[in-house]
Write a protein that binds this ligand. Sequence first.
Ligand code: PHE
Length: 344
Amino acid sequence: MPDIELLERQLTARVHASAQPSEVLRAPEIRQLYAQIRTLDASQRAEFGARVNALKLSIEQAIAARQAELDYVELPPIDVTAPMDVNAALPALLPAEQGSQHPLTREIARISEIFGRMGFVTEQSREIDDQYHMFESLNFPKGHPARDDYDTFMTVETDREQEPLIAPAHTSTMQNRTLVKYRDQLERGEAIAAIVPDRVFRNEDLDARHEHTFYQVEGIYVARGVHAGMLVATLKKFLEEYYGRQLEVRVNPFYFPFTEPSFEFALSCPFCEHGCNVCSQSKWIELLGCGMIHPNVLRAADIDPEVYTGFAFGCGIDRLVMMKYGIEDVRHFESAKLDFLRQF
Ligand code: PHE
């Protein structure tokens, strides 16, 4: 009769030393024990069989314990509040030569460069703002029905007036801040001239032309004697530079609470003479909203509307870029699809 207790001690020792302890179950010694059961006569078989099974069970328990020991990895203590490179090495980045700028980033730089040559500085917007900058400072009093045109996302947190903070639905939120920031220039006889190309958000039904997250460029120009002709000329010049060709423009009356008069600005289709898909066969492309800054908006920034006048415009950047490159679906921009991005 084999010494089962000795074998159990040997196999257990093997389990403790092994990096793959479950292999021990396949030891030939165990197979031999099972083979032996059949050769015994009936009177010994039951007892011997029970001892072999008990051995196997004991080895299985040792294996489970050893495996748990192997699986346990001691983690170094970390400070979860520390900056990312304190607890771990900086993640490896893709080599820069394999990446490229996002098409919108590149086009925003181009837009800033064109306006920069016309004397406009570039300002940044915010991704969370308050109702004062979204509405009140822009001459939308509380309860004004035109607020409904700017349905966007709100936070649970509230501002000083207990109203929810919002993801701005247009870059016009920066009009008041920009006017306040640069108003000293007016007294020195210089104009306020700024653009704000940045991200905005709306609660939209998504389709090829509507995204919940998109980009606008706001333009703000204030000085003595500014008139609507200067607005039209500035936009026409910008668009001709951007598309690299002569364009016709068309201005229709419109309504915004923060400009008076307000206009809807269209340009002749840069891609056709007789109608095409881009302009829906109309030869015109409605591009942006604009107008003369409302006196109440100037007053809210402590600028005297009797002395100074100005214009403002807000233009969708995604649309501008889609037309330039023949991109058919606005959702590509936020999709992070490499086969789209690598074309730029
Ligand atoms: N903020 C307006 C919009 O998003 C556009 C606009 C900007 C109109 C500036 C006039 C002046 O619809």
